[in-house]
Write a new protein. Structure first.
Length: 522
């Protein structure tokens, strides 16, 4: 029997603290009297609502960098046929959402599965399996069928888990904007046809189904995970609390997806990537923050969201010049959009006496040609370095432009992968310098506990440790042993919260061995 946290009396009619759901009270009076003492341990955030902004999360106390803000279980999840790694050539297991073959089929609905264990997991057995078996919906290699399964699971929540369905239907659906979007409008129509004609589910009207589709399309979260022990999971998941976080292109949180080994359900951990102050809005990213403003805002509009965050509103993206071109007229300034929130805005040199400008179309042409040149040389480190040197020496793009950063990332990744083989000392040292340059930008745009920053620190640690092993680590040009250990420890701290079988957690494990080796070398 639980005890009241205020008076220490036991009772069968105690009530939980509604914010953290960790401590019990006799009544609201005891709860309010104990709050000053309980506040530091209480749930660190609450949902607020504001006209024009909707619902959003706000910190109820100061939250430290790296602190776990909340965890939650997915309301539903399903195969992600829109993942870049999804292939229509291979069926996707409806249990674990990983690529499989046709050696095993569900004994009830006859869709391809990994194993008998996968066909028994609740998200398949309690949902589409029963519908497909009853109505003889046969396996199809068409990708849209896997998307239909994701949507069907969401719809079937109304009977399988009504409370979860109620939470889901409170989320934003953007019904009217989606009707004006040809692809989204067609998806609702084709899914409704699949639902009524193939699944024989006819008791829902179109508007009801369209809202379910909208909620999922707007709020579903990619849960793809690279694993060291199994194939990559191609999955999307819908989280109720997570969906209420506001977007920001300089987010103050980081999400980690975990898979329950027993039933393959998904849960989410939300971590503070930087210190968050009391009453500050808690934010996440809807789109990778390592893209320029023009690219990010275009992609975000696919979610019917027009981002006007501080970063998007700043032509220089907080002084990083992440989207800016070099001015080849005066060779001293940078071409930045006059109004980055206006896609038709001119790009003008920031030197007051220059006056050189480009149209958005001209900027787009330069970016496209640069991307094509990078793509032609993406498989070779020497070729990528040549492209990078040309881009910077010819002063086409700023050295911190997102394309230059992307090339440096690719080069460093290839160098680190090749460290087990013989690598030239100068090449490894250049890899460390690329990492240093990337960090100058990352420390501004996605600072702190962000996983992207963790990956760069991992690359940097690998380069420096390799130089140390070759007895080529120089304090004056590289780093000293103290800094190397600090880099390794910070990367471990960032990566060790990832799932144990993920490639990111494997990075932390690898760095642990480096740290032990350094400690034992003295």
């Amino acid at each position: 029997m639980e005890k009241c946290a205020f008076c220490n009396k036991t009772s069968q009619v105690l009530q939980l603290c509604p914010q953290c759901e960790k401590v019990w009270y006799c009544n609201e009076t005891h709860m309010s009297r104990h709050y000053a003492q309980h506040q530091s341990e209480c749930f660190p955030a609450l949902v607020q609502s504001e006209e024009g902004c909707g619902r959003y999360w706000v910190a109820t106390r100061d939250i430290s960098k790296g602190e776990l803000i909340f965890t939650e279980t997915a309301l539903c999840n399903g195969p992600n046929s829109e993942s870049p790694s999804f292939s229509p050539l291979y069926p996707t297991c409806l249990g674990c959402s990983r690529s499989t073959n046709t050696s095993h089929f569900c004994s009830k609905c006859h869709w391809p599965m990994c194993s008998k264990q996968c066909e028994k997991v609740p998200q398949h057995a309690d949902f589409e399996c029963k519908v497909f078996r009853k109505n003889k919906v046969h396996w199809s290699t068409r990708p849209q069928y896997y998307l239909y399964i994701q949507l069907l699971r969401a719809l079937l929540l109304s009977t399988v888990n009504p409370s979860a369905f109620e939470k889901m239907m409170q989320l934003e659906a953007h019904v009217q904007p989606r009707k004006k979007h040809p692809e989204e409008s067609q998806l609702s129509k084709s899914f409704y046809k699949f639902l009524t004609e193939e699944c024989n589910i006819t008791h829902h009207d179109f508007d009801y189904v369209d809202r379910v589709v909208g909620v999922n399309r707007i709020n579903s979260y990619s849960a793809d995970v690279l694993s060291t022990k199994s194939k990559k999971r191609n999955c999307t998941a819908l989280f109720g609390q997570m969906s209420l976080l506001n977007h920001d292109c300089q987010p103050n949180t980081r999400t980690v997806i975990y898979e329950n080994n027993s039933d393959l359900s998904l849960s989410l951990g939300l971590f503070a990537s930087v210190d968050i102050w009391k009453n500050q809005c808690i934010t996440q990213q809807y789109h990778p923050v390592v893209k320029g403003t023009m690219v990010r805002r275009k992609a975000l509009k696919e979610w019917f969201f027009d981002c006007v965050c501080k970063r998007c509103s700043d032509p220089t993206e907080f002084g990083t010049y992440f989207s800016c071109l070099n001015c080849w007229k005066c060779e001293a300034g940078f071409l930045c959009p006059v109004n980055p929130l206006d896609e038709c805005s001119a790009w003008v040199c920031n030197q007051p006496d220059c006056g050189h400008s480009l149209t958005p179309a001209e900027v787009h042409t330069i970016i496209t040609e640069t991307e094509q040149e990078i793509a032609k040389n993406e498989n070779s480190v020497p070729q990528l370095e040549t492209v990078l040197d040309e881009l910077i020496s010819k002063k086409q793009i700023h050295c911190h432009h997102y394309l230059a950063i992307s090339v440096q990332y690719d080069i460093t990744q290839k160098i680190v992968k090749a460290l087990n083989n013989e690598c030239e000392v100068n090449l490894v040292r250049r890899g460390s310098r690329y990492c240093r340059n990337i960090l100058k930008v990352v420390n501004v745009l996605c600072p702190g506990f962000s996983y992207y920053r963790g990956v760069i620190l991992y690359f940097l640690a690998n380069c420096f440790f390799a130089l140390h092993e070759l007895d080529e680590l120089h304090e004056s040009t590289d780093c000293d042993m103290k800094e190397l250990k600090e880099i390794i420890m910070e990367a471990i701290e960032i990566m060790e919260v990832e799932p144990e079988d993920s490639t990111y957690h494997a990075m932390a494990d690898e760095l642990e061995t480096y740290l032990k080796a350094l400690c034992n070398s003295k």
